[in-house]
Write a protein that binds this ligand. Sequence first.
Ligand SMILES: [Zn+2]
Length: 226
Amino acid sequence: MEIIDNKGAPPELIRIANKAAAECKKVKRIIFDAFIDDLKGDLGAYDPVSETIIIDMGQCTIKQAWMKKGILFIPNVWFNLLFTFFHEMEHAFQLEEDPNLLDLEALPQQYEDEANITAENSLLAWAKDGAIPKLNEMGWVGNEIKRILNRLYAIEPDEVATELDVEGTEAVANALHASLVSNQYENKEEMAELFDSIDKGYVGVKVKGKRYFTAYDAINTTYEGH
Ligand SMILES: [Zn+2]
């Protein structure tokens, strides 16, 4: 298995990718790059013929799907990277299980759904004891995030300050924002209970007096695949 790192991928991402790909015979190559025209905006791809996983780190800094669930920008980028890798990895496993998939022109939707469910589960498993690397440990991605935050600072200084407050901590989502967009907290009493359990240290984490969800809490709370 070979890793082709064209931009400078986060070493932690390379470590996770190496470990996961060692379990599958259908990954010959993993390419980390950014803003790849051929992917047409997709965050990643798996080519079953060359048995290659491609991750577009550039698109992973742009897509904001996790932010719609109340997750902060830096964790949103990291979740995109991991989710995309796990999703494409699942396509490699699908091919290992059923080599006949090579004959199909397009993968049936069921295989895409399966890849999304597996990716979400893998991300949740990662979140149990994984930590998001600091920007300085994220190579090209860290530099790109810094560039975006610098540009954003003029328009949304408070948002950028929050991002930097929680960088390197376990916090990934403002607990108030994330619980408001989640459908798991139906009324004020339930939210008060949640905040109380964060204050008591049962869930979440507090940074500079503010309540946050950890990666595990946030993914679990926003999980749609129950
Ligand atoms: Zn797919």
